[in-house]
Design a protein around this ligand. Structure first.
Ligand code: FAD
Length: 417
């Protein structure tokens, strides 16, 4: 379906960018996403897998720099343009789009340091990479800590509760020991990671630090790629650290600024997942609309039934709701500093929930065909189920958002830059 866009301010340049991203999503992302979905997690990352074709093509076209600042080699897109492009990629396949969302995270974070050496050493080579040989990930979750990073309740400051990954200063280096969980997106294919670790145990989880770690250093090892029901085209897996030594400059955030930095990164990730869900919801709706026009029962296309039209309209409304919210939140939170987390939380939880409803309704509208692997809708249904958990279980994010609005809402305009 050729979409009318509710936003009348989009320029010809915006629309061209969106069309280009749509063509890439249709010709490359969608078919490869479906192929990789059918492979085992090991097969998906084996040499010759279509996953590598996707990564190479995406890097050749510069999609890995989608969220990177222009001054360091990024595409220089406005938040609105990032939104338009990322929605299209997720429309093609949410797992592959998530790789694009994850790969840049350590390098975007390195830009925040404004440290010329880090930028020269890490950011510029990443932006210039065109063969997919530099892949990033962000590793927060640990076997013993998932929601703990988000819940932000009293235990965040409890010295008895600590990150598994420990960092110890030794001269000009930091020494890392511990493990990140199997949920790390792009974890087993990444060459670099943004790691969240424990620096000051006396402060509990609030005493954390954030560093960049190249994964070719001695002592880094990876687990097996994770098998799961949804987002099978998104590689995920554990990473282990055994006396891994990084230069001191790679630890760019220490406990004094850790809670704020954690909130900033989570707010950016949650806002982005809002866009991804919009793309998935739109894909499910379009599949349902096409099928309703084609499927004949009782001598007429099922779209002739008033109740079917009503169901389609309800799906359409949910897609547009996702779009409006996710766009508004990206425009806000990619323009202000620091981002305002309650809006990112609203976008993530509402868009993933509505997307899940739309995917479920699409399966129902396609009848038995909706359950088969011949169609695309059952994949979206599985993918969108995962999104209710990824980047934070929705109910935990809602509780966190509730704490914010109970305590600090409304914000004062003068506090926002
Ligand atoms: C598709 C996907 C991609 C991901 N990508 C990444 C990534 O790139 N990097 C990374 O580090 N991690 C990643 N994750 C991990 C993700 O962030 C965690 O799975 C998520 O935070 C939940 O943690 P958990 O799975 O350990 O669940 P748990 O925290 O163990 O939660 C289990 C249940 O307990 C409930 N619960 C937990 N704590 C509380 C509380 N305080 N109050 C009330 N209820 C509570 C939860 O709501 C949930 O229902 C990804 C996950 C998915 C599914």
């Amino acid at each position: 379906m050729d979409y009318f866009d509710l936003n009348m301010r989009l320029t010809e340049e915006d629309l061209d960018m969106k069309r280009e991203a749509h063509a890439f999503a249709e010709e490359v992302v969608r078919p490869i996403s479906r192929q990789v979905d059918l492979l085992s997690a090991e097969e998906a990352i084996a040499p010759g897998s279509p996953l590598w074709t996707f990564i190479k093509k995406a890097y050749q076209l510069g999609y890995h720099t989608l969220f990177m600042p222009e001054e360091y080699g990024g595409q220089g897109l406005s938040p609105e343009q990032m939104n338009l492009v990322f929605e299209e990629l997720a429309w093609g396949g949410a797992g592959l789009a998530s790789i694009i969302g994850a790969t840049c995270v350590p390098f975007v974070a390195a830009c925040l340091t404004a440290d010329d050496e880090l930028i020269e050493e890490l950011v510029i080579p990443y932006c210039e990479c065109r063969d997919g040989s530099i892949i990033g990930c962000w590793a927060l979750t640990e076997p013993n800590h998932g929601s703990d990073y988000i819940a932000s309740e009293g235990f965040f400051h409890d010295p008895e509760i600590r990150n598994d990954l420990q960092a110890r200063r030794d001269g000009d280096e930091w020494v890392l020991n511990g493990q990140k969980s199997a949920w790390v997106s792009a974890g087993t294919i990444a060459t670099h990671g943004l790691l969240f670790c424990q620096i000051d145990p006396s402060l509990g989880m609030a005493g954390g630090g954030i560093c960049i770690c190249p994964f070719d250093l001695e002592g880094v090892s990876k687990g097996k790629p994770l098998e799961k029901i949804g987002l099978r085209d998104l590689n995920q897996g554990e990473i282990y650290f055994d006396n891994v030594r990084i230069p001191a400059s790679y630890m760019f955030c220490e406990p004094d600024y850790y809670p704020e930095m954690l909130e900033l990164i989570l707010a950016s990730a949650n806002a982005t997942l809002g866009i991804g869900s919009t793309g998935m919801a739109r894909a499910a709706f379009e599949e349902a609309l096409t099928y309703a026009r084609e499927r004949v029962q009782g001598g007429v296309s099922i779209i002739e039934h008033r109740s079917v039209r009503q169901r389609l309209f309800s799906m359409f409304t949910k897609v547009e709701t996702c779009r409006c919210l996710s766009r508004a939140v990206i425009e806000l939170n990619f323009n202000v500093s620091p981002p305002i987390p309650e809006y990112s939380l609203a976008a993530k939880t509402m868009c993933t929930e509505l997307c899940f409803q739309v995917a479920n309704e699409a399966v129902q509208l396609l009848g038995g065909y909706g359950l088969t692997r011949d169609g695309f809708v059952e994949k979206i249904f599985r993918d969108t189920r995962s999104a209710l958990i990824g980047d934070g279980n929705n109910e935990v994010l809602q509780a966190y958002g509730g704490n914010i609005i109970a305590g600090e809402y409304p914000r004062r305009a003068e506090d926002i830059i």
